[in-house]
Design a protein around this ligand. Structure first.
Ligand code: DX5
Ligand code: ZN
Length: 219
């Protein structure tokens, strides 16, 4: 994956009106964002339930945006093929949820898609060292996964800084994504720390000037 200088914004439909996901996708398209973040929760890895591959499939024909699927499920390897078939472009799963991460990162690549690994606030980024060569994205959770609308935990941005150094040292160019509590103010700090991808849920859907917001965040 190319190293990108421009920040990518990935609005999360977790904060959309669940009765109108199609409308949410058009709002995201109109805003100028090119990725759409989809939070899949199983009620076990995280204390919340959302949706699965059928929603990804239903939305696939509505947009050309990159589908950035974030699996917050135990044993995510079980669902990779299903999400790829449904139209996911990027599949990110949690380090904490899968012992054999390398195997499933490779499987995602073999299916022609981009692969990401996510870590929760309590997980140090040092555990990722050996799998960095196998990822396109490292997703740093900046809240405890499970719900939108939480406040960003500032200490998590230190992990972004550490990962930037680890990436440099290893001569790699995966993207670093931050997820949770991102708004215009926290985005500035996240970008300063080195984040290349900003996942944004409630602050996006609450904003009436979505295009302006995306323009400023991508700047
Ligand atoms: C939280 C999810 C996030 C969520 C972010 O578990 O992974 O993607 O949508 O929502 P905000 O931006 O409201 O924190
Ligand atoms: Zn997410």
């Amino acid at each position: 994956m190319q190293k990108m200088n421009k920040t990518i914004v990935s609005p999360s439909i977790l904060s959309a009106d669940f009765a109108d996901f199609g409308g949410a996708v058009s709002e995201i398209d109109t805003s100028g964002a090119s990725w759409i973040h989809m939070d899949v929760m199983d009620g076990s890895f995280v204390p919340n339930l959302t949706f699965g591959a059928p929603l990804v499939k239903a939305l696939r024909s509505r947009t050309k945006a990159i589908f950035d699927v974030h699996l917050m499920v135990v044993q995510p390897g079980r669902f990779i093929q299903e999400f790829v078939k449904a139209g996911a472009d990027i599949i990110t799963f949690h380090y904490e949820a899968e012992v054999h991460s390398q195997k499933y990162l490779s499987e995602i690549h073999d299916l022609g898609k981009k692969a990401g690994i996510a870590i929760a606030p309590a997980t140090p980024c040092s555990v990722l060292e050996e799998i960095l060569p196998f990822i396109d994205i490292a997703l740093i959770m900046t809240v405890n996964p499970g719900f939108g609308g939480q406040n960003l935990i500032p200490e998590c941005l230190e992990k972004v800084e550490k990962l930037v150094k680890m990436r440099e040292k290893a001569g790699l160019n995966f993207r670093i994504s931050v997820d949770g509590g991102i708004n215009e103010e926290t985005a500035r700090n996240a970008k300063k720390a080195g984040a290349d991808v900003l996942v944004i849920g409630s602050a996006f859907f609450k904003n009436n000037d979505k295009k302006g917001l995306i323009d400023r965040l991508q700047d």
